[in-house]
Write a protein that binds this ligand. Structure first.
Ligand code: NCD
Length: 315
């Protein structure tokens, strides 16, 4: 296990297996504080700024919950494009040069790939990428991986189906990159031809010694997997309505499909769900998507503790 050495967390692409294990271990260590069983306040006196150019429910609220539970404070811009000076034309650089005078750490969500790396280059304080356009969503992946670890007891030796708009879904990109660091991972990418995972991500899967197959057939693809990861179709990132129509409603995971699976897979979804995951899955014992939302508090709290160098205060 080793701590991330840079000041910020901009993507899973830069994280090693040891970095991921370090963060997940710290997430489990802060759980007693989050649950109120320990009175430690490792982030007392620290301020988080959540600055979001795109909509969010879970990412922003779980960051803020984690900071408050760990003893710190929060300032928040939930709708930066319309209610901050971004609306007046302020650049990302000037925005960051301003926020660094108010807060100790920034959780940034932006509509452009690479925005977190750019923000980091302008910032004195740590940036945690909370989604940069269609590129990456590292905090989502870490909570996905914590959920898999807790539910399956391991992060090696897994067959994982990732289903939906794999071209534009940043959570799917980061999850693939994150799991690729582990051993004997078999990916099953389920999407129509024009929504396939990017080649550079598939290249990394192979470079790291893991394997993938691609399929368009959900029912067959999931028969013997350990994990099914459902993704929302990223409507706002698909410009051509005809393209969107090809995938809208195409995949719909329901209880009957899961009951055909041989290995009682766990079901994950980054949420929000729209048409791709039926409510009749909610009382299936392997349904873990609301557990993911809880694990988000742990992982985001761990990330802030790590980048603010407060691990020793976790008791
Ligand atoms: C996702 C996102 O914003 O990338 N939401 C999330 O953070 N859980 C997924 C989505 O919007 O579909």
């Amino acid at each position: 296990m080793e701590k991330v050495t840079g000041k910020s967390v901009t993507g899973v692409k830069n994280l090693s297996r040891g970095n991921i294990e370090y963060i997940l271990d710290l997430a489990e260590k802060i759980e007693p504080i989050v649950k109120g069983e320990s009175t430690a306040q490792p982030l007392k006196g620290k301020i988080l700024c959540t600055f979001f150019y795109e909509p969010s429910t879970r990412t922003r609220l779980s960051f803020e919950t984690a900071m408050l539970r760990l003893g710190g404070g929060v300032v928040s811009m939930a709708d930066a494009q319309t209610t901050s000076s971004v609306w007046k034309g302020e650049t990302l650089k000037d925005t960051i040069k301003t926020i660094e005078n108010y807060a100790d750490v920034i959780a940034l969500r932006h509509f452009e790939a690479g925005a977190a790396v750019e923000a980091d280059s302008h910032s004195r304080i740590p940036i945690i990428n909370s989604g940069d356009g269609p590129n990456e969503h590292p905090t989502q992946t870490l909570l996905d991986m914590l959920t898999i670890k807790k539910e399956k007891g391991r992060l090696d030796n897994l067959k994982v189906a990732i289903v939906g708009d794999l071209k534009h879904t940043r959570s799917a990109h980061s999850l693939t990159l994150g799991l690729s660091n582990f051993d004997n991972i078999e990916f099953v990418f389920v999407s129509p031809d024009t929504f396939k995972t990017n080649d550079w991500i598939k290249d990394i899967v192979k470079e790291k010694g893991n394997t993938y197959v691609e399929s368009e057939d959900l029912a067959n693809a999931i028969l013997d997997v350990d994990v099914i990861y459902m993704c929302r179709i990223q409507k706002e990132r698909i410009e051509d309505p005809a393209e969107f129509a090809k995938i809208d409603g195409l995949y719909d995971l329901n209880r009957a499909l899961i009951d055909n699976c041989t290995k009682k897979p766990i079901i994950l979804h980054h949420l929000p769900r729209v048409k791709e995951l039926d409510e009749d899955v909610d009382d299936y014992e392997g349904a873990a998507y609301f557990k993911q939302t809880y694990n988000g508090v742990l992982v985001r709290g761990a990330l802030m503790t790590m980048v603010l160098n407060k691990e020793d205060e976790v008791k």
